[in-house]
Design a protein around this ligand. Sequence first.
Ligand SMILES: *Cc1c(COP(=O)(O)O)cnc(C)c1O
Length: 372
Amino acid sequence: MDKKFIPVAEPVFDGNERKYLNDCLDSTWISSNGKYVQAFEKQYADFCGVKYAIACMNGTVAIHLPLVAMGFGTGDEIIVPTFTFVATANCVAYTGATPVFVDCDPNTWNITAEQILKAITPRTKAIIVVDIYGLPVDLDPILQVARERGLFVLEDAAEAHGARYRNQMVGSLGDIGSFSFYGNKIITTGEGGMVTTNNEELASKVRQLRDQGVDGERRYWFPVRGYNYRMTSLQAAIGVAQLERIQSHLSQRRRVNEAYRHRLEGFPQLAFQPEMEGFENSYWMTSVVIDETLPERDWVISQMAKFGIETRPFFHPMHTLPMYENLNTEGSFPVATRIGNRGINLPSSGNLSEGDIDFVCDKLIESLALKA
Ligand SMILES: *Cc1c(COP(=O)(O)O)cnc(C)c1O
């Protein structure tokens, strides 16, 4: 029998994906002008409880567009967690602004108001928070800091569709939110992104910049330099079908996470993100930080691969990447550095069986030489 391969993440298409895609093809309206883009935007806005949602090419441009809309650029500083996916920092750099990195909390792995306060200077214009692996950031104290100083807050919720902070949907809490629908995210359109906001002026600027900077009233008149960052109707057709079943996708991820916690609860050397009142995780990735008494993370990854189990290392913190390492020479980031070295993402797809999860846990325990 062939060894089974268990990927770290795999999309699940168990709804109307094929039906809507075929409908889109049959209509011949496959560009961004097809009906599914508007439908996806409307339905995603309703899902997040915001007034406006703007679909775009991917989660990266969903961060870039709001920063351009706000006019951030050279000389401005934007606070970014060092522990994030590279797109968050790159989007700041695309505008000419400087990403100022901050460390994260040792338990949640998320950015905190306390760390942000230490990084604010007279040049600070904005804060980007990232709901890491689906756990919402503790946003109330951050919003308070931002309001007192007139700072813009962008929530990079690329990993956190459907997560809730104090009963409110992530992506609806800051000035603007960004989502990704990349193939490994909780719901996917292959590549895709969404910007969410309640601010009408910001929404129309983002829309204009996404559409080449066009003037809505006057054909081929472009008062500002924009981009073509649009989503196709083919992508949106898949998105509408995925969104129809998002509660199922979310509950499957939660089931997978609970099974791991249950199987691994006897091992305090493996740290999960905490479960906290008021913080409803989307469980994009079930991840653990392996403490220093156990073997090296990269060795564990190679052992697991021998059994056909794909696991991933945590993100390398931004301050360690070649293009950013000389930027924040004064900062020290012990937590992000530690978890960047010791963290591992376990297979987290919603379609994993209890047997798959048992197998992954058995092999993890074996690789770590843990004793029950
Ligand atoms: C996936 C991701 C992005 C980028 O999304 P793409 O759709 O791949 O461009 C941005 N930020 C975070 C935190 C992500 O996980």
